[in-house]
Design a binder for this molecule. Structure first.
Ligand SMILES: [Zn+2]
Length: 331
């Protein structure tokens, strides 16, 4: 649509944004697959802003002969869409093609983050996993909240994506056979304010256009009062959006198909959702272990390592808590 533009920066931003496919085309996920040789992968991260919670369908359905089991099936549009999963229309499940067809669903989370590289630089990525991993992060915030109630001066971070927050390290280990992953999270003791450089890095990755900001604020009014960089990095709301069945021809009697614009042809789940795609663990339900927190140096926040057995997102989880031997890396 033709329009008068009063600020050329808007045009520059738009052309940059289109080049990069509005925060979508170069989608870069934190890779937490355990290294094939060592059986372990370690990532150092700082999350940014609010995370996105959504429901994801995997290519499993209940076994009609044994309702406790799930069987692997293909998505009806597997030819047209190679993604491992399909986003649920979770606000209107009656109009979710994948719900209606009985595809297994699990809650997932996506969080924009900075990932520290070996050379000390940072890269903007998306941390995209299920409850196994994210509960470890949520528990850090919860425990800090509880401590702050007792000790109001402790100043512990209650919002890992906020202005002042610690970096943390996620370790993914192979656990009891291929396909099973055990995550642990160790928090660096020092909390750091996000730097102007980091904000610039996020902005360079993706900055919403004025129209996109308005859409974002309409959908999530709290974002209007949040720091502007909460919206930088990636257009999470657009990436994790219900799109229905991809091939219109197959959609007889099914809900309206939303065909994404070309720049949305990003695979949301490749290399990012290995935790629900690991079929062997689907029926594992280990016993829950007691969690606890070791006493640590009283002058610094207790570094926490939580270990979560990887099982299906719908299952119970086991977790242990130990002290993280890591020192502050100094940055
Ligand atoms: Zn659904």
């Amino acid at each position: 649509m033709a329009k008068r533009v009063f600020d050329s920066a808007e045009t520059l931003d738009r052309s940059k944004s289109q080049q990069n496919g509005p925060g979508l085309s170069k989608t870069n996920y934190v890779d937490l697959k355990p290294d094939a040789t060592t059986g372990q992968t370690v990532r150092t991260l700082r999350v940014v802003g609010p995370y996105l919670e959504y429901v994801d369908h995997s290519s499993y359905k209940r076994d009609p002969n044994n309702p406790k089991e799930r069987i692997k099936v293909s998505f009806d549009d597997a030819e047209a869409n190679k993604s491992f999963s399909r986003i649920c229309n979770d606000e209107d499940k009656d109009n979710c093609y994948w719900c209606q067809k009985g595809f297994a669903a699990a809650t997932k989370f996506a969080w924009v983050c900075l990932e520290r590289q070996a050379d000390g630089s940072s890269v903007v990525k998306i941390l995209n996993k299920g409850k196994m991993l994210f509960d470890l992060l949520f528990n850090i915030e919860k425990e800090n909240k509880e401590i702050n109630l007792q000790e109001p001066d402790s100043g512990l971070c209650e919002n890992l994506g906020g202005e002042v927050a610690p970096w943390f390290r996620i370790t993914a280990d192979v656990d009891k056979g291929p396909g099973n992953v055990k995550y642990s999270v160790g928090v660096f003791p020092k909390q750091k304010a996000i730097t102007a450089e980091e904000v610039e890095l996020l902005k360079a990755s993706y900055c919403p256009t004025p129209e996109e900001f308005e859409q974002l604020y309409a959908a999530a009014p709290k974002m209007r009062d949040a720091p502007v960089w909460y919206s930088y990095g990636y257009a999470l709301d657009r990436i994790y959006k219900y799109r229905g069945l991809k091939d219109n021809a197959q959609s007889t009697g099914t809900p309206t198909v939303t065909t994404p614009p070309a720049d949305l042809e990003v695979s949301v789940s490749v290399d990012s959702n290995d935790d629900t795609n690991d079929a062997p663990a689907l029926n594992t339900t280990p016993a829950r272990k007691a969690t606890g927190r070791k006493a640590a140096d009283v002058t610094t926040p207790a570094p926490v390592t939580s270990t979560n057995m990887y099982v299906d997102d719908d299952s119970d989880t086991a977790s242990t808590t130990t002290e993280d031997p890591d020192e502050d890396p100094g940055w």
